[in-house]
Design a protein around this ligand. Sequence first.
Ligand SMILES: Cc1cc2nc3c(=O)[nH]c(=O)nc-3n(C[C@H](O)[C@H](O)[C@H](O)COP(=O)(O)O)c2cc1C
Length: 216
Amino acid sequence: MGVMTRHEIDPATLAPGGVYKLVNACVVPRAIAWVSSRSADGVDNLAPHSYFTVVSVDPPMIAFTSVGWKDSAANIDATGEFVVNMAAGGFEDDINATSTDFPAGISEFDAVGIEREPSRRVIPPRVAQSPVALECRKVDITPIGNCHLVIGEVLHVAIDEATSEPDPVTQRHPRPDAIHPLARLGRNEWAHFGTTFDLKRVPYRKWLEKQSSRGE
Ligand SMILES: Cc1cc2nc3c(=O)[nH]c(=O)nc-3n(C[C@H](O)[C@H](O)[C@H](O)COP(=O)(O)O)c2cc1C
């Protein structure tokens, strides 16, 4: 195999904003949390966040990053609740439209025409057409760099039956091949769902067995 010729980049040599764009393009694909929240004044907010992941197993916690201090972070800070709706294929334009910087008094649900559905455990509504909703209670909002890390405990999970299948452990397994979860890449790039494959983790004991059967 040939030796790779690498371009080495010192972040300090990039124009302001350049590092951000570079790192964005390097950490891909990112799942998109379509976050619904309600302001203290009762305005329902909806915005996509791709700086998003699971951060604790027990209790189950997820987190997303607000770059700066946006309406979603402010609402969650004020009311202590939010919902992460899964960004499913087919909703690209709606999701993108809810990233428009509407003034705080305007609900993206109404401006974009997204149907609400009541949540079970929290006040902010779910997106009716999203196949997965994670209802969350704020655990913490931590300032980090020029951003805010919003951490929430998952209190309730709502799964669409048509795009999921029974599972002996989780009750329902959302089927990626039916949901086509969207992902965000760098620049203005988004990604559609590809293919899935199963790969079991190898315990060390099995690893050793494999090595010895090879006579190594
Ligand atoms: C696919 C996608 C992913 C985004 N991810 C983030 C993110 O992780 N953090 C962030 O602060 N903004 C992100 N944005 C931009 C916000 O959605 C946008 O600033 C929005 O207006 C914020 O809404 P809010 O002020 O109602 O909270 C993303 C936009 C898109 C289209």
